[in-house]
Design a protein around this ligand. Structure first.
Ligand code: GDP
Ligand code: MG
Length: 609
């Protein structure tokens, strides 16, 4: 496997258990940078450090504050962590934030970690290992290594380093759209605005444009740093610092989700699966709940879909957010209750902006979605789209890259046309319907060549429509017909049509109105109209103005007689004299001659060209 130089390790554990000192002992970096942190000796905000484990392997550390008041900062740090060091002070044992942080890591789906018993130079609390085993039983840390270290004496540090090397080799990232949840935003004098975060997908280059997923404002990446070194490119999983050419810190503050412009959408309603902590009370609807996603914290309300959720159990809910989140299915959320703030549950996003339906229907939907892979959910969606769906829309909705979407589409029985895909069976169904509609249409309108293309197309995008128009359907100009369809006149119709044509022909230039001809045709008005349409289509008669139709022979004669007067200037009066028509006919006829480039206007009069 490719060596991956982007492993992020987070600390977790109760205050004063030695997290910051451990990171300092490993990396030489004191993450308590704030003056207040130094003075009070506690971590308030996130701390960042990195360590060259081997000459070509750097790991990043995110040191989180342990104090219960700063759990929200811890949460911002824990998003995007590959492995956790669960720190327990040997002399103190498991404390409230040891539990809370551990639960948060578990609910966020962090897959691996190490339990580090710190302060091993001090006498150890009896039965500590049993206590720890109980806590992590059945979780991702159940069989993880437990190590004793002392930041004071350095004992155990080299073993810890060896373990970190092993852990970091197993890291593998799935492809996903670029997202950068911002954990810090600040100004560096002479540089401008810089943000930091763990790139959770994609690849970021100097010169790229990033978009704030909520405000939709865009910013240009002027420079990048990875592990404190200038870089041209940063890849998924790396801790990056991004310098923007044109952003103010408040436009990209902590909690912002930066994305490729337009690649994802913000949502204010989510369908989720909930895992309620064993320590929480049974959960029903909540009007005020805090939701943590990436580095963002928003508030909202919760509607439980499955009755009451019992402690330690799973259930389904609809989350209504006061501020939108840029999230995708399978993202993990942490749910906390305010006053006093406490972590009660984790959430797994099942669907973004679910369609409105009653609780029971939504619960059934959530239940089936919860058991499906993302690929299956995409298929499910395509199956339900009777006239197909846009690939881009699917990618955005399910948090897949265009490449992933295209690969998935290739493996399924879908017909694609440009950005549009349609299930094969649905396509066949549509073609069947078309065939049936055309058969009916031809039976009802035997004199019409075919059905207008737009009428048959309906809501299908033009590209897909064209793709589905296969034999025996024929598209001619803007009409669709069955290949077998021929317009064949029955005898009363032929007679009527001939009679109509004759009326026009004998009238010469002084034709009766089209309506009059239709009325005298001897067939029904609808049929007469169709017969006239056929005459027009074949150009036996020509429409030169509203309700004014002339026989082609009359127009040809007129053209010739005008062309014989080449170069002559004349007015409407003269034209009336030459042709014997009234003013009512003269004007449209002259305009027709202009269009045919036989005459042209010169001021008030005309000239034969
Ligand atoms: N004896 C001893 N004290 C330690 C050790 N590591 C940290 N401490 C002390 O424990 C206190 C809290 O350490 P700190 O790293 O800030 O803990 P944090 O709140 O978990 O980040 C400080 O007074 C440290 O000097 C250790 O290995 N041995
Ligand atoms: Mg600390």
């Amino acid at each position: 496997m490719m060596k991956m130089n982007h492993f992020v390790i987070g600390t977790a554990g109760h205050i004063d258990h030695g997290k910051t000192n451990l990171v300092k002992a490993l990396t030489g970096i004191d993450t308590d940078r704030l003056a207040e942190e130094k003075k009070r000796g506690i971590s308030i905000n996130l701390g960042f450090a990195h360590l060259h484990l081997t000459p070509d392997r750097v790991v990043s550390f995110i040191d989180v504050p342990g104090h219960e008041r700063f759990v929200r900062n811890m949460l911002a740090g824990a998003a995007g962590v590959d492995a956790v060091l669960l720190v327990v002070a040997g002399d103190d044992g498991i404390k409230p934030q040891t539990r809370e942080h551990f639960e948060i890591c578990r609910l966020l789906g962090i897959a691996q970690g190490i339990v580090v018993i710190t302060k091993s130079d001090l006498p150890e609390k009896p039965n500590l290992e049993t206590e720890i085993a109980e806590l992590v039983s059945g979780s991702f840390l159940e069989n993880c290594p437990i190590l004793r270290v002392s930041a004071a004496t350095g004992a155990g540090l080299s073993d810890l380093r060896d373990l970190l090397i092993k852990l970091s080799i197993t890291a593998e990232k799935e492809e996903s759209p670029l997202r950068l949840p911002v954990d810090r935003a600040f100004i560096i004098k002479g540089f401008g605005t810089v943000v930091t975060g763990t790139l959770s997908g994609g690849r970021l280059n100097v010169g790229d444009t990033l978009q704030n997923g909520i405000s939709a404002e865009t910013f240009r990446v002027r420079s990048l740093q990875v592990h404190g070194n200038k870089a041209e490119t940063a890849i998924a999983g790396q801790r990056v610092a991004v310098n923007f050419a044109d952003a103010k810190p408040e436009q990209v503050m902590r909690g912002s989700m930066l994305i490729q412009p337009g690649s994802l959408q913000p949502h204010s309603e989510l369908l989720i699966e909930i895992e309620l902590l064993p320590s929480a009370r049974a959960l029903s609807d909540v009007d005020e709940i805090l939701i943590y996603s990436g580095t963002a914290e928003v508030s909202g309300s919760l509607r439980v879909l499955s009755g009451e959720i019992q402690p330690g159990k799973l259930g389904f809910a609809r989350l209504l957010l006061k501020e939108k989140l840029v999230t995708v299915p399978e993202d993990r959320l942490i749910l906390r209750l305010p006053a006093p703030v406490r972590t009660i549950a984790g959430g797994r996003v099942l669907e973004l902006s679910p369609t409105k339906q009653n609780r029971e229907k939504l619960r059934l939907r959530a239940e089936s979605l919860s058991k499906m892979s993302v690929a299956d959910r995409v298929s499910f969606q395509v199956d339900q789209a009777d006239t197909g769906i846009s690939l881009m829309e699917l990618a955005t909705k399910f948090g897949l890259t265009k490449f992933q979407m295209a690969t998935l589409a290739k493996s399924r029985p879908w017909i694609s046309a440009g950005d549009w895909i349609l299930e094969e069976a649905k396509a066949t169904q549509i073609q069947e319907q078309w065939r049936k509609r055309l058969t009916d249409f031809h039976a009802q309108h035997p004199l019409r060549l075919g059905m207008p293309r737009e009428e048959l197309r309906g809501k299908l995008p033009p590209e897909t429509f064209a793709r589905l128009l296969i034999s025996p359907l024929v598209l001619e100009q803007d009409l669709v017909r069955l290949a077998s369809h021929r317009v064949q006149l029955q005898s009363p119709e032929t007679d009527a049509q001939a009679k109509m044509e004759k009326s026009f022909e004998t009238a010469g230039l002084s034709v009766p109105s089209a309506d009059e001809v239709l009325q005298k045709s001897g067939v029904s008005a609808a049929k007469a109209k169709e017969l006239l349409q056929m005459l027009l289509k074949s150009r036996r008669v020509v429409k030169i103005g509203e309700g004014l139709i002339l026989h082609h022979s009359a127009l040809a004669t007129l053209k010739l007689s005008m062309q014989a007067r080449k170069g002559k200037r004349f007015g409407v009066g003269e034209f009336k004299e030459w042709t014997g028509v009234s003013r009512k006919y003269a004007i449209p006829l002259l305009e027709w001659l202009d269009r045919e480039r036989v005459t042209r206007r010169v001021g008030e009069s005309r000239e034969v060209i």
